[in-house]
Design a protein around this ligand. Structure first.
Ligand code: T3D
Length: 255
């Protein structure tokens, strides 16, 4: 059985973590495939990525059975997780985490590394690591405090409570909560809207927002000016302005 399913349709690459019997727990093989798939997502025919889980949940984090009885190694950990987390965060196109059921441990870390998180009303998020005496990893200590602030991040990481979808929305951990029945439809609608957008510009927006995490206002003003020069040269910018004057919807090609 393929541990990662990939489908490209209408500019949307859907990556489905596929170990439903263990709520898509992450094995070395799955992480390697995810890293490779995200690298390949830089191809121009892909304009948006959806990351989701098969079966009854999103992802339960590191497969605890895989490392049973073994010591966790710094080297193996970086080899397994780095390219996936950096890949999701650095990919210059929108990445949506479609979360239904459980998102735990490094599974939640992967969702936090995406640009948008759409939760089904049945979603339950938990950092989970401290319950097994580990510290949060896979970028959680980078993304979580930036989303919810230090005090909330501390609470979520230390107490490892189970956060239901509506609470996650209130905390700013997810962008939207959707009824279970319309979840797939809403994810598809959002992905399709993004896939028809100015992909190159979206990538530049993502770059700017990522840079702002560690830059001063002065640096950002300079960086924005640089990126704007690039955006200004894009075909989609020309098309956007033309469409504005012609009073019609733009037809962006993602270039
Ligand atoms: O360097 C390194 O590699 C270290 C990296 C660490 C990164 C991490 O992610 S550490 C954190 C690992 N994840 C967890 O500790 C979460 C463990 N799972 C849970 O807390 C719960 O399963 C969930 C909250 C995710 C879901 O709960 P629930 O009640 O809906 O499902 P369940 O009954 O607990 O699980 C269903 C099955 O999935 C069950 O198998 P069974 O009994 O039916 O054969 C369970 O063992 C399996 N499963 C769930 N999580 C994992 C798992 N199997 C392996 N690894 C898992 N992480």
């Amino acid at each position: 059985m393929d541990v990662l399913l990939r489908e490209v349709k209408d500019g949307i690459l859907t990556l489905t973590m596929n170990r439903p019997e263990a709520i898509n727990a992450l094995t070395t093989e799955m992480l390697r495939e995810l890293g490779q798939a995200i690298k390949e997502a830089s191809a121009p025919e892909v304009r948006v990525v959806v990351l989701q889980g098969a079966g009854r949940g999103f992802c339960s984090g590191q497969d605890l059975r895989e490392f049973e009885g073994q010591r966790i190694s710094y080297k193996n950990h970086l080899r397994n997780y780095r390219s996936v987390v950096e890949g999701l965060a650095g990919l210059e196109k929108p990445v949506i985490a479609a979360i239904h059921g459980a998102a735990a441990g490094a599974g939640l870390s992967l969702a936090l590394a995406c640009d948008l998180r759409i939760a089904s009303a049945d979603a339950v998020l938990t950092t989970g690591f401290s319950k097994i005496g580990l510290i949060p990893d896979a970028g959680m200590n980078y993304h979580l405090p930036r989303m919810v602030g230090y005090a909330r991040a501390f609470e979520l990481e230390v107490l490892s409570g189970r956060i239901k979808a509506e609470e996650a929305l209130g905390l700013g951990l997810v962008n939207k909560v959707v009824a279970v029945e319309s979840f797939a439809e809403e994810v598809a609608r959002l992905a399709s809207e993004l896939a028809q957008g100015p992909t190159k510009t979206y990538g530049l927006i993502k770059r700017a927002l990522r840079r702002s995490a560690s830059a001063s206002l002065e640096e950002m003003l300079e960086y924005e000016a640089l990126l704007q020069e690039v955006a200004g040269r894009s075909e989609d910018h020309q098309e956007g302005v033309r469409a504005f004057y012609e009073k019609r919807s733009p037809r962006f090609q993602g270039k």
